[in-house]
Write a protein that binds this ligand. Structure first.
Ligand SMILES: [Zn+2]
Length: 329
């Protein structure tokens, strides 16, 4: 009788726990429903991306992200294609108020799956899910401000060499658990999927005209950067072809060459990194592109269409490239 009673209490406790979890999930998804800019709900993106496992891909949970002020953890995921080797890496959603990239990846997911059948791919489709559901740029603050030290999930300053003090990193530690986990994942995964291409999809709501960063070894002369500018042009995205960015960076035909910004893109291009005080080999991707579409000057649908066009063109170029490592003749 006593034990039966005990089981009943346990059952009730489990029901209460389940209700609490479901309640937390409902609360978590509610901010997303309020964002009426056209972006797909987080759950729909997550389901689609993780569905690549049905096609032989491996799903990695990099970290369960639960920054201060959030009610339930959301996983930051990566997906690896069935084939290993020199790879194309796709990154998106680093800044939560830039929804075009993750939504474009949703649209071209089948093209990425097909590319992954013949060329190694690592997909990191939504690197700041908590930012996405809250429309927050960073983990700890919605927008850039001079009074708050912003925590970007892509911050790589703890691994990048300090130009003023060679042999040491720019920061002692990662600025957040998310940045620590994401950058560690890059360094770990580059042994089996060395990045040949790194494509990072961004937007900028301060911009009236877009441009492309090319952080790889060819810099502004990278033919894929030119292809990207052409794709933006043909999608009707206004472009800034010359002059300087508001950060004082030189623009050449819509392209900005390598910059030192402690971003994950600088990490992807770095040939050297500092890991726990010791110099080690970096990812050294040959082509590193970062797209910036102007959210002040183009509609959400237009920006998604532009990112889709970019991705389709690059997937096509990458898929027809032959490398001795992955595609012996
Ligand atoms: Zn951004």
């Amino acid at each position: 009788m006593t034990s039966h009673h005990g089981k009943g209490a346990l059952h009730l406790a489990m029901v209460a726990l389940l209700a609490a979890i479901l309640g937390a999930c409902a609360q978590e998804s509610s901010p997303n429903e309020d964002l009426e800019d056209g972006r797909r709900p987080y759950s729909e993106l997550y389901e689609a991306f993780s569905g690549l496992t049905d096609r032989g891909w491996t799903l990695d949970v990099i970290i369960e992200s639960r920054p201060t002020g959030t009610t339930a953890a959301l996983p930051i995921i990566a997906l690896r294609s069935p084939v290993e080797g020199d790879a194309a890496w796709f990154l998106s959603g680093i800044h939560g108020e830039e929804p075009a990239g993750p939504n474009a990846l949703f649209t071209v997911l089948d093209d990425i799956a097909l590319l992954g059948e013949r060329y190694p791919v690592v997909l990191m489709p939504l690197l700041n899910p908590q930012g996405y559901v809250r429309n927050w740029r960073y983990l700890n603050t919605p927008v850039y401000s001079e009074s708050v030290e912003a925590q970007s999930v892509g911050d790589s300053s703890h691994l990048l060499v300090d130009p003023a003090a060679p042999g040491t990193a720019r920061a002692d530690a990662a600025s957040s658990p998310e940045a620590a986990a994401i950058t560690a994942y890059v360094l770990q995964t580059m042994s089996t999927y060395p990045p040949r291409y790194s494509i990072d999809l961004h937007e900028d709501n301060m911009l009236q005209r877009g441009y492309v960063y090319s952080q790889g070894e060819l810099g502004a002369a990278d033919p894929l950067a030119r292809e990207a500018v052409d794709a933006l042009k043909s999608s009707g995205i206004p472009l800034q072809l010359d002059g300087e960015t508001r950060f004082g960076e030189q623009i050449e035909n819509g392209i900005i060459g390598p910059v030192t910004d402690s971003s994950i893109d600088e990490l992807m291009s770095a040939s050297e990194v500092v890991v726990e005080g010791t110099i080690a080999s970096g990812p050294a991707a040959a082509t590193v592109l970062v797209f910036e579409t102007p959210s002040a000057a183009a509609s959400f649908d237009n920006r998604v269409t532009a990112h889709v066009e970019l991705l389709r063109r690059l997937i096509d170029k990458i898929g027809t490239e032959s490398t001795p490592e992955s595609r012996p003749e």
